[in-house]
Design a protein around this ligand. Structure first.
Ligand code: ATP
Ligand code: MG
Length: 479
């Protein structure tokens, strides 16, 4: 309150001081709102607007697509003459998103060196990929900042991500469409053979790119017509895709290969891979079958594709990400794929009875089931000849051995020849017919019942022999 003694002059001064203080106060407030982390400063400069006021769109990616994202962003960066920066600021940065990285709260978050990780781009090639870095680029003239981060399960990030910051939300979504397009067009996964490895954190998987196997049809000994029917179904349908589609036929197919251990199921799969050069293949075995949805996604994105589920009986009844058994997840994944997609599913098992009920309950997913039984006498002779190639055994001795080895499989023949060679090798001489006979006797010896079983030989009637009727049931699926 002005006192009476105050002169008019004093009062005017006081009013001026009050106005001045108000201005100071306002200014200070505005400055706090604008204050950003050093990274935020740089991003604001690039965007031409306050980075803290822009919204962020977060695009999660399976970690095996990080290479594709890196390729796409590098291309978009180069096209717009942009640049890539890294981020320093300790572990904090791993726990927060881009919106927080630019805010005033994180004063230590600053531009710094880019973090990279080396990832496979093929069975024998790699690429240095950004695992934590920010792309400063333009899309259709509009500035954007994109944080690229690899998955880091130990900090709770199960997936890789792109976080896009821009003033105009439409530009951001346009840009992300373009990134997705390029990630498919430039993908390193297309046409590759991939398998998944579980990480120690369980939930996420890393993809491994494998060389395509080379197994000729002549390397596989099966009853006449068996291999042909499998190859026709998997490869033949793909080869005639245009004609089939034109006639309104579906391309998606599911094949089940079943039979005792060591009869050539895996070998047949390897032959299928060598016959489908250029096809994207995903191989899941046992425990890794839980990555079925990732495999189905890859197949859907990069057709033509082949998805192989090996030894599915091992995990069929386990439960992972969903309350239903894994086998049903697999069948749902099969069902979820478009019928006109050129995708083949191949499952193998040596305990078909575990699957039979579930497959019968959901018909149509598997449209061809082929049994790979223990070889008949004629095939056994051929197998023995095959695995004795280059060894000095007489034809008669080989046939005699094959005839005595009733109930054994291809893997037994292979092991038998190695055993015979080894016998001679320890005595520093070439193997003879007698070594073959001795080796056969040892492997057939009752003391080696377990070895024999492990090699796939039949010992006593097993439940699956008594079950033979169930195999007949499979012919119902043969079109
Ligand atoms: N039909 C066959 N023709 C040629 N070689 C065979 C045959 N069956 C088995 N073999 C030989 O035995 C090895 C093991 O066979 P394979 O791995 O294909 O058996 P599988 O049927 O997949 O057995 P499992 O059910 O135990 O997985 C093959 O790599 C091959 O050397
Ligand atoms: Mg196998």
């Amino acid at each position: 309150m002005p006192r009476e003694s105050d002169s008019a002059e004093d009062r005017a001064l006081m009013r001026a001081v009050r106005r001045y203080l108000e201005t100071v106060n306002m200014q200070a407030l505005e400055e706090t709102a604008e204050y950003r982390s050093p990274l935020g400063e740089l991003l604001s400069e690039h965007l031409g607007t306050d980075a803290g006021a822009c919204s962020v769109v977060d695009e999660q990616l399976p970690d095996h697509r990080l290479v594709d994202a890196d390729l796409a962003l590098e291309e978009l960066r180069a096209a717009s003459d942009g640049r890539l920066i890294g981020v320093t600021g300790g572990n904090q940065r791993d726990h927060i998103g881009l919106a927080e990285l630019v805010s005033a709260q994180y004063v230590r978050i600053a531009p710094g060196p880019v973090d990279y990780v080396v990832r496979a781009t093929g069975p024998t090639t790699t690429r240095r990929v950004v695992s934590f870095g920010v792309w400063l680029l333009r899309h259709e003239g509009r500035p954007l900042a994109v944080l690229q981060r690899a998955a880091s399960p130990h900090t709770g990030r199960a997936q890789a991500a792109l976080e896009v910051l821009g003033a105009d939300p439409d530009a951001v979504s346009d840009f992300l469409d373009r990134v997705r397009e390029l990630m498919i067009a430039r993908s390193v996964l297309r046409g590759q053979v991939l398998s998944f490895v579980a990480t120690e954190y369980g939930a996420d998987a890393g993809a491994t790119l494998l060389p395509r196997s080379a197994v000729a049809a002549s390397d596989i000994v099966l009853a006449p017509g068996v291999l042909g029917s499998i190859v026709d179904h998997v490869v033949g349908i793909g080869e005639h895709r245009d004609a089939l589609l034109a006639a309104g036929r579906h391309l998606k197919r599911g094949i089940l290969l079943y039979g005792p251990p060591g009869t050539g199921k895996t070998l047949t799969v390897r032959h299928l891979l060598s016959q489908t050069e250029g096809t994207t293949a995903v191989l899941l075995t046992g425990a890794s079958i839980r990555f079925i949805s990732a495999a189905a996604e890859i197949a859907r994105t990069f057709p033509p594709a082949l998805v192989v589920l090996e030894d599915i009986d091992l995990v069929a009844m386990e439960r992972h990400s969903s309350p239903q058994p894994l086998l049903f997840e697999v069948l749902d994944a099969l069902d979820g794929l478009e019928g006109d997609a050129d995708i083949a599913f191949v499952m193998t098992t040596n305990r078909v009875e575990v699957l039979e009920r579930a497959l019968a309950d959901r018909p149509g997913r598997v449209d061809l089931a082929v049994e790979l039984p223990r070889p008949a006498p004629a095939e056994r002779r051929t197998l023995f000849e095959r695995y004795a190639l280059g060894l000095p055994f007489s034809r008669d001795a080989l046939h005699a051995a094959a005839d005595q080895a009733e109930g054994t499989t291809g893997s037994f023949a292979k092991e038998l020849m190695r055993d015979a060679v080894l016998r001679a090798a320890v005595e520093n001489r070439a193997p003879t017919d007698a070594d073959l006979a001795d080796a056969l006797e040892t492997l057939r010896d009752s003391r080696n019942a377990l070895t024999r079983r492990l090699l796939g030989a039949r010992t006593e009637p097993s439940p699956e022999d008594l079950d033979d009727g169930s195999s007949a049931g499979w012919t119902a699926y043969v079109p």
